[in-house]
Design a protein around this ligand. Structure first.
Ligand code: DQA
Length: 516
């Protein structure tokens, strides 16, 4: 059976009917296809009057929900009154009425007797604890369907991203229209990818009135372009922890659309890499970006590693080879960061000398690196390959030492960073997350020492201009934002994700600098 396309539903939880009416119109303007009216949130609810007002003013199809306290709603009154209100909603012409299993059979029965055409009953259930197995989930849905439900809704509370493929399986196999998802950051992709697996609808909140655990309508429409997702859509995920700071979805998704490439890029909050790669072997997930803190550890999960990533011992990109499903690791950070720094030095040279320099701009320079993790390794190898002398600082001295050794550089104690005297013309590069959103007031080096550097680079890209860069600019250094590295590594990833399609670089640059 071909499933119809997934709708976007805005749950509305205003306290007055007047506000509900305003919000229904806002939801429509923000791209909702249907609204859910939470009757249990309305103070002093007057069933007939209030339902009629909603139905008279609705700009979109309406789902009425009257959720009791035990299911996470606000209604504490009499059960009979609740069923009667829902029944009245159906009678007055609601498009959908949602109820819990407890009252489902009663409502379905009454609705059948008075049925007049299209109103539909959604029967919902909340599953707490670990997500049940695929078989158990199918049984739950079957028993819910046996109440006579037109649509079944299952809300799961996954504690780990590795539980979500069970939801995907359920959605793709289910014969009855099904809403199934897990809320929260760890469940987010079960919502975004619902259209791929044929879900009946996904939820998005209106701007300024966010609902915990679900994305906003604008996010669904604009960041994830969920209306463009279908069965064939290829999924790319950012494997990271934390992941919420990433601007990757805001960049990759519009670029996929712009290039007519049927892909979606989603944040994947991964707690355990081993469990993750065991549970996500599906060919639907065709590629990954890798963020903190996994760039080094993922090397161990790749079947093959590109020589550059191998020498750096860190990957920020993984592609699942279509022919055999093998995972291939790449590093697009290295060239991204180094060319961003080189271009800024070349530009400076031209502005001072009026002509371009013939020698590689990093050759012979001191490159002071703070942070010897995955991003730091890429910077160190890149700087070394351009002839720079690398000095490494990290709070983990042994980690700094082993990186310094690998690039024939020097290691220094982290405590000595502020009083370190660099050579004239030295570069300072921050490859730690210090200063990243939301801890934007943090800085890895004291501002007093910043004037000693010719150029300061920060791999942090959110915010665009970190405190480190602001202070470095005041101290007179050339500054290079992590945004430039982020853009360039994403260009490299686009080429790999799309099997060689040319990235629309100018379009990407515009998004990054103007829309972020
Ligand atoms: O370092 C970064 C940033 C990133 O992790 C993100 O936050 O989107 C994505 C990675 O591909 C990249 O190497």
């Amino acid at each position: 059976m071909k499933k119809s396309s997934t709708m976007i539903c805005a749950p509305l939880m205003a306290e007055t009917i007047e506000k509900m009416v305003i919000q229904m119109h806002q939801a429509k303007a923000q791209g909702a296809d249907v609204v859910e009216i939470r009757l249990d949130c309305v103070l002093d609810f007057q069933p007939r009057n209030d339902l009629e007002t909603i139905l008279r003013n609705k700009p979109l199809p309406v789902i009425f929900v009257f959720r009791p306290k035990q299911d996470g709603g606000l209604y504490v009154g009499d059960q009979q009154a609740r069923v009667e209100a829902l029944h009245l909603a159906a009678e007055l012409g609601a498009d959908y009425v949602e109820c819990d299993l407890m009252v489902a059979s009663k409502l379905v029965e009454e609705n059948k007797i008075n049925r007049n055409g299209h109103r539909k009953i959604i029967v919902s259930s909340y599953v707490n604890g670990v997500t049940p197995s695929e078989e158990e989930l199918s049984q739950i849905v079957a028993s819910m369907q046996s109440t006579g439900a037109d649509i079944v809704k299952l809300v799961i509370n996954a504690a780990d991203i590795t539980e979500l493929p069970r939801i995907f399986h359920l959605l793709s196999c289910c014969q009855v229209p099904l809403i199934a998802y897990s809320s929260g950051e760890r469940g987010l992709i079960s919502q975004i990818l619902s259209p791929k697996y044929g879900g009946f609808l996904v939820y998005g909140s209106i701007e300024g009135d966010s609902v915990p655990g679900i994305p906003t309508l604008v996010n669904l429409r604009e960041a994830y372009k969920v209306h463009c997702i279908n069965e064939e859509t290829k999924v790319f995920g950012l494997v990271s922890k934390p992941v919420g700071h990433s601007k990757g979805p805001l960049l990759h998704n519009p670029v996929f659309r712009h290039s007519n490439f049927n892909g979606v890029y989603v944040p994947m909050l991964v707690d355990d890499l081993l469990k993750f790669f065991n549970v996500y072997p599906s060919p639907d997930f065709v590629g990954f970006s890798v963020g903190i803190p996994y760039k080094e550890a993922v090397i161990g999960f790749c079947d093959e590693v590109h020589p550059l990533a191998q020498s750096i011992a860190a990957a920020n990109t993984i592609i699942r080879r279509p022919s055999d499903g093998e995972l291939i690791g790449y590093n697009t950070d290295c060239e991204a960061a180094i060319t961003a720094i080189e271009d800024a030095l070349l530009k400076e040279h031209i502005s001072i000398n009026g002509k371009t320099s013939l020698s590689p701009p990093l050759n012979g320079k001191m490159f002071v690196l703070v942070g010897a993790g995955g991003a730091g390794r890429a910077l160190a190898f890149g700087a070394r390959s351009r002839g720079a002398h690398v000095v490494v600082f990290d709070i983990d001295y042994d980690r700094a030492k082993s990186l310094a050794c690998a690039v024939n550089g020097e290691v220094r104690r982290f405590e000595d960073l502020d009083k370190f005297q660099p050579k004239k013309g030295a570069i300072l590069a921050n490859a730690t997350p210090i200063g990243m959103h939301p801890s934007t007031d943090r800085i890895p080096v004291s501002d007093a020492s910043l004037g000693d550097y010719q150029l300061v680079f920060d791999s942090v890209y959110n915010p665009k201009k970190t405190r480190l860069l602001k202070e470095a600019e005041v101290a007179g250094a050339i500054v290079v934002s992590g945004v430039e590295m982020f853009l360039r590594q994403a260009v490299g990833q686009f080429n790999l994700f799309t099997d060689g399609q040319q990235a629309p670089v100018e379009f990407m640059r515009e998004i990054i600098w103007e829309k972020f």
